[in-house]
Design a binder for this molecule. Structure first.
Ligand SMILES: [Zn+2]
Length: 337
C-alpha cells in the first residue's frame, strides 16, 4: 500500500483563517445557520422536543467473522425533514417520510459510529461531530466511555468523508491536537483533494460553504497522523475501502470480509431508511454531486441486495444494522433489530 505512506503535511499551506477565528460558539452558530437558513430560521432547531428514546441505547455489539463490531451513538441531528428530498412533490415526500415514521417538520436522523475490533486493532469509522456542530450531537466520547473504551485505546481512525457529523470530532475540545492521539488516521485521497482545493466552496450546496474552513482545520490538526487511501486499499486484512462518490466528491464506504458474508459500512452512501432505498433517484439536499450520488445509490443497492450483504448506515435508525432487499424494481431496508 504505497499510497497510504503518503502524508498530508502540505495541507496546512491552504488554510486561510486563524484557528481562533472559528473556534467555540462561532463554529456552532455557523453550523446551525447553515441548516437554519433552509428551515426558515435557526429557531426551528430548538432542542426542547428531543425524544427521551434517544438517551436509551448508545451502543450495540455483534461478532462478524473474526471481527467484533460495535455501533456507538454520537447522538442525532435535527434537520428540516424536507431536505431528504426537497425537489419532489410534497405529497410524495410526506408519504415516504411517513413510511419511515416521520411526521413533523423536523427530522432527527441518528449518527451511528462503527467501532471494529480486529486482532489487536481498535478501529473507529468516522469521529462523530465533536462539541461544535449541534447540541444533539457530540455524544461519541461519553458513549465510548460507557462501553469501556478510552480515546487512547483507538489504534486506527478511518473517515468516509469530510462532513461535520463525520469529521468534526477528530480534534480534542481545545482543537489543540487529535482526539484519538494513538491512532493512525486514514482519509480518502479524492475527498482530501476536494476539501483542500482552492474552489472547494463551489462544490457544496450553496448554504454550506462554511463547512470548508472547519473541515480544513480538522484535517490540518490530524495531518501528521493521516495517510491518504484510495478505492481498494486495505486498512487491515479483510477491511477495505471502496469508492462511493456523489454524497461528497471522494466519499468512500468500507467492506469487511467475514467468511462467506460481507458487511458494508455505508457512511452516507444511503442515508434515509425509506427514501434512499425505495427512491434512490430522489436528491437529498446534502449531496454535493446529485447525479453521481443517484448512480452510486443504484449500483450499490443492486450489489448489496445481490450479495445479501449486511450493512451499517450512519443515519439509519440506531444501530443502523440490516440488509437490502429487492422489491420489484425498487429496494427496501430491513433492519435487524
Ligand atoms: Zn452524515
Amino acid at each position: 500500500m504505497d499510497r497510504r505512506k503518503k502524508t498530508v503535511d502540505r495541507a496546512g499551506g491552504h488554510l486561510d483563517l486563524t484557528r481562533r477565528d472559528a473556534l467555540g460558539g462561532g463554529v456552532a452558530a455557523v453550523a446551525l445557520s447553515a441548516f437554519g437558513s433552509l428551515a426558515g430560521g435557526a429557531a426551528g432547531l430548538g432542542i426542547a422536543n428531543i425524544p427521551a428514546a434517544f438517551a436509551a441505547a448508545t451502543s450495540h455489539s455483534f461478532a462478524f467473522g473474526s471481527f467484533e463490531i460495535t455501533v456507538v451513538s454520537d447522538g442525532h441531528m435535527m434537520i428540516p425533514a424536507r431536505l431528504a428530498a426537497p425537489d419532489v412533490a410534497e405529497a410524495d415526500r410526506a408519504a415516504a417520510l411517513a413510511a419511515a415514521g416521520q411526521t413533523g417538520d423536523m427530522a432527527q436522523p441518528p449518527t451511528n459510529v462503527t467501532l471494529i475490533r480486529a486482532g489487536s486493532d481498535l478501529i473507529l469509522v468516522d469521529t462523530g461531530a465533536g462539541p461544535n456542530f449541534m447540541p444533539t450531537t457530540g455524544r461519541l466520547l461519553a458513549n465510548l466511555e460507557a462501553a469501556g473504551i478510552t480515546p487512547e485505546a483507538i489504534t486506527k481512525v478511518v473517515f468516509t468523508h469530510g462532513h461535520p457529523d463525520h469529521l468534526w470530532g477528530a480534534l480534542d475540545d481545545f482543537e489543540e491536537g487529535p482526539r484519538f492521539p494513538n491512532a493512525a488516521h486514514y482519509f480518502p485521497a479524492a475527498e482530501m483533494d476536494f476539501w483542500m482545493s482552492d474552489d472547494a466552496e463551489k462544490g457544496l450546496p450553496a448554504d454550506r460553504a462554511n463547512f470548508v474552513p472547519a473541515a480544513r482545520r480538522n484535517l490540518k490538526g490530524i495531518a501528521d497522523k493521516t495517510q491518504r487511501v484510495a478505492s481498494g486499499d486495505e486498512i487491515v486484512a479483510g477491511l477495505a475501502v471502496f469508492a462511493t462518490p456523489g454524497h461528497t466528491q471522494g466519499h468512500v464506504s468500507l467492506e469487511i470480509a467475514g467468511g462467506s458474508e460481507t458487511l458494508v459500512i455505508l457512511g452516507d452512501a444511503l442515508t434515509h431508511p425509506v427514501i434512499s432505498f425505495a427512491h434512490p433517484e430522489w436528491r437529498p439536499a446534502s449531496d454535493h454531486v446529485p447525479d453521481q450520488a443517484v448512480m452510486t445509490r443504484k449500483s450499490l443497492l443492486d450489489r448489496l441486495a445481490a450479495n445479501k450483504s449486511r450493512i451499517i448506515g450512519y443515519h439509519l435508525p440506531f444501530p443502523g444494522v440490516g440488509r437490502v432487499e429487492k422489491r420489484g424494481t425498487s429496494y427496501a431496508y430491513v433492519g435487524e433489530s
